[in-house]
Design a protein around this ligand. Structure first.
Ligand code: IPD
Ligand code: CA
Ligand code: CA
Length: 265
């Protein structure tokens, strides 16, 4: 049985998020490996395509049609982030745009929902694998009928760990390379697959043992944080403080590896 929260509000929000993520994912599947119009944003390597914008418009219009009072923070700016709304949607319409633009098959739709400031629903949909990662507060993290659980690995030397690099990597000295060097010397392997939301879901589903990254944004992590937490994982900033909702410092692990990874960062 797929996730079906007992609480009726959680159930309604999850169903809407799931439907919108799947509809946006269908656009991505249709447009994958077709001619795309590319623009750049914060740096020459920070891309946006017409598909990012079309997916965001579809999701935002779908939320507004069903739930006019909710706040929406959306990466490409179509949302309306009302200050005192009870419910806030946080959307990355296409996480992994560089991959998408290159025909590299790893990207997703990420939708997180907060109720009164608490992470409450998370949906991350990978349209090529047709995998929909879902979580609702207190109801676990799920991939279809399978309840997700983080790995039990407690040795960095046997751990598969992911990271990423920010779009200012050409110019910034705070470029994650020192941490990358430390971790690659002790871990079994490192991956840089280019979708933060999927990296978090892979920690939740034990495909990865840990993940860290700097300079992300709220839409990269809003859904993935809840999915990791509901799968029994641990999230902190680099100083072992509470999860950083801005995404500036993200460390997500199975819990057992948390302190050892923090030492390397
Ligand atoms: C990016 C991806 C990537 C991460 C970048 C993000 P985008 O999101 O999640 O893995 O390394 O920092 O900005 O731009 O493809 O939505
Ligand atoms: Ca993103
Ligand atoms: Ca994006």
């Amino acid at each position: 049985m797929p996730l079906e929260p007992k609480d009726s509000l959680l159930c309604e929000l999850l169903q809407l998020a799931r439907d919108l993520a799947r509809s946006a994912g269908a656009i991505q599947r249709d447009r994958f490996e077709t001619d795309l119009k590319l623009d750049t944003k914060s740096a020459p390597i920070d891309l946006v395509t017409e598909v990012d914008r079309a997916c965001e418009a579809l999701i935002v219009e779908g939320i507004q049609a069903a739930r006019a009072d909710d706040a929406i923070l959306a990466e490409e700016g179509h949302g309306d982030d009302k200050a005192d709304a009870k419910i806030r949607w946080i959307i990355d319409p296409l996480d992994g745009t560089v991959n998408f633009a290159h025909g590299f098959p790893r990207f997703c739709v990420s939708i997180g929902i907060e109720i009164e400031g608490l992470r409450s629903v998370g949906v991350v949909y990978d349209p090529l694998l047709n995998e929909c990662f879902e979580a609702a507060r207190g109801e676990g993290a799920w991939l279809g009928p399978r309840r997700l659980r983080v790995s039990e690995e407690d040795e960095l030397g046997r751990a598969l760990i992911a990271t990423g690099f920010a779009y200012d990597v050409h110019d910034s000295e705070n470029d994650n390379l020192a941490a990358f060097r430390n971790v690659i010397k002790v871990a079994r392997g490192i991956r840089r697959d280019g979708s933060a939301a999927l990296d978090l879901c892979y920690v939740a589903s034990s495909r990865l043992d840990a993940y860290w990254e700097l300079k992300l944004h709220p839409w990269d992590v809003a859904a993935g944080y809840l999915i990791v937490e509901e799968a029994g994982g641990r999230i902190s900033d680099f100083g072992d403080g509470p999860p950083d909702r801005s995404g500036r410092e993200v460390v997500a692990t199975n819990g057992s590896l948390h302190q050892e990874l923090l030492k390397q960062l």
